[in-house]
Design a binder for this molecule. Structure first.
Ligand SMILES: [Mg+2]
Length: 225
């Protein structure tokens, strides 16, 4: 099978460090600024606003909030990357999945700065663990990225793991199994609108990445593989 992992909130916790990363970036570029803690909190709120689901009016490409197109933003991303922690021993999980013969890819959205996703994957030592890295949201829309995946790997079952299940709606194909990794900071957006889950076929919910092995077993049985 092909196993595709989202990054933020799925393989790593990069959410609980957002505010601290802003504080550090402010310290570095705007050391003179008073009330840095309050500014960091405000920027965090704006950033989290961009994490919310935008149903219907999503072009598949990501737009950047103004303050993320600067040197300040680069520092913020770098600090965020340094503070980010891998979830559930994800690196070990990727190795195990590959050892069992699966094709394991990174399938996630670009950050507001092009190339930053790859850089963050490298900083955490995850980049080279993957068989492939597909980044959508800038040069490729999500749908184009999915097509690319099919062109490269054929119609094999694709297990798509993401902490934002609204991304699954209307995407994928009959050979796609959708796995929602329940990550509390983003799950709260789902809790506000639980009915959206009904729009997702073949949805599996996990709270620990290692439960993927149960999902794989179940899919094998259901598909008679
Ligand atoms: Mg995510």
């Amino acid at each position: 099978m092909i196993i595709g992992f989202d990054f933020d909130g799925t393989l790593v916790d990069s959410y609980s460090v957002i505010e601290e990363a802003f504080r550090r970036a402010l310290e570095r570029h705007y050391g003179w600024l008073p009330l840095k803690n309050q500014w960091a909190r405000l920027f965090t709120r704006v950033e989290l606003h961009f994490e919310k689901p935008r149903y219907g009016r999503h072009s598949g490409r990501v737009k950047s909030p103004f303050f993320l197109r600067t040197k300040f933003a680069r520092t913020w991303f770098e600090e965020r990357a340094k503070l980010t922690k891998v979830l559930d021993n994800a690196d070990e999980l990727i190795r195990r999945l590959k050892a069992e013969g699966h094709t394991v890819i990174s399938f996630s959205a670009e950050d507001f700065i092009v190339g930053m996703k790859e850089k963050r994957l490298r900083i955490l030592g995850l980049y080279d663990l993957f068989d492939d890295v597909i980044v959508f949201g800038k040069e490729l829309t999500l749908c184009e990225a999915f097509q690319l995946l099919r062109e490269k790997y054929g119609d094999e079952v694709f297990i798509w793991v993401d902490d934002k299940p609204w991304r699954f709606i209307g995407r994928g194909d009959e050979n796609t199994e959708f796995v929602w990794y329940y990550f509390p900071p983003t799950a709260k957006f789902v809790e506000e609108k639980r009915e959206l889950l009904a729009a997702i076929p073949r949805l599996h919910v996990i709270r620990d990445l290692w439960s993927l092995f149960d999902v794989i077993e179940r899919v094998k049985q259901e598909r008679g593989a």
